[in-house]
Design a protein around this ligand. Sequence first.
Ligand SMILES: NC(=O)c1ccc[n+]([C@@H]2O[C@H](COP(=O)([O-])OP(=O)(O)OC[C@H]3O[C@@H](n4cnc5c(N)ncnc54)[C@H](O)[C@@H]3O)[C@@H](O)[C@H]2O)c1
Length: 266
Amino acid sequence: MRFQDRVVIITGGGSGLGRLLAHRFAAEGAAVIVADVIAERARAVAGEISDAGGASLPQITDVTSASDVRSMVAATREAFGPVEILINNAAKATDVDFLGMSEEVWDGDVDVTLKGAFLCSQAVLGDMVEAGSGVILNISSVNALAYYGNEAYSAAKAGLLSLTRSLAVRYGPSGVRVNAIAPGTLRTPAWEKRRARDPGIFEQVARWYPLGRIGEPEDVAGAALFLASEEAAWISGAVLPVDGGLTAGNLQMMQEIVKEPDDRPR
Ligand SMILES: NC(=O)c1ccc[n+]([C@@H]2O[C@H](COP(=O)([O-])OP(=O)(O)OC[C@H]3O[C@@H](n4cnc5c(N)ncnc54)[C@H](O)[C@@H]3O)[C@@H](O)[C@H]2O)c1
């Protein structure tokens, strides 16, 4: 098992990708801290892991609160020891028109998505430096690489890539690796409101993906566990798009311009 007795914090671990990552790390032997601002979610996922025989601790943590983050790291240390792997996964994206975006919405999206990663990283880096090893994995987005809406969230996700590089370079000499994954559209509860408005939204979105479908949390988990593992021992400061080819190019657009038929098998 790749993560036997490793101590892993997953922020936003109560839903979607974070929940799946919590289960996958636990299944590979890790002690998983499921940190979420929504108490029932953190408890439910930690309970599922314990019921399956894994080691887990729920933490009710708002990643934008320095005191919450400090308590989370202290509780982790007490239960399992110092944090060895941090997954900065919590994020917030508010669907609102740019001209109508209030300061509160901007600050809310940026605080959860970027400041949260700053606070959590800062809180665990001391122990990692002392241990001479550690892994931080930032869940960014294709929105960090090109514009797909949600200006505040996208700016924060792009900032997260800068933070990834800064920490990778600064703490590399201390044995700490810092990487980022930039997922495309994932089938998670984050899409519930949009799906309620348009039940066919995933099929619509899938047209734009070279691989012909949107992503599942499992598609990201393989990359996340790899980057957190010893198999990636010499990978740091990297940004890995896990996006079904979305950011590689746009054939759909060219086919509409040159009226080239879409010959993909259906
Ligand atoms: N779903 C997608 O299409 C998609 C695409 C690209 C990137 N991502 C990224 O993947 C990650 C996971 O997204 P998801 O789709 O699983 O979302 P989700 O909404 O299913 O889960 C996010 C979790 O974060 C928690 N959270 C929100 N604010 C928090 C805070 N202040 N402190 C702690 N926890 C908080 C929520 O309660 C929720 O349980 C995010 O970083 C997201 O930006 C998702």
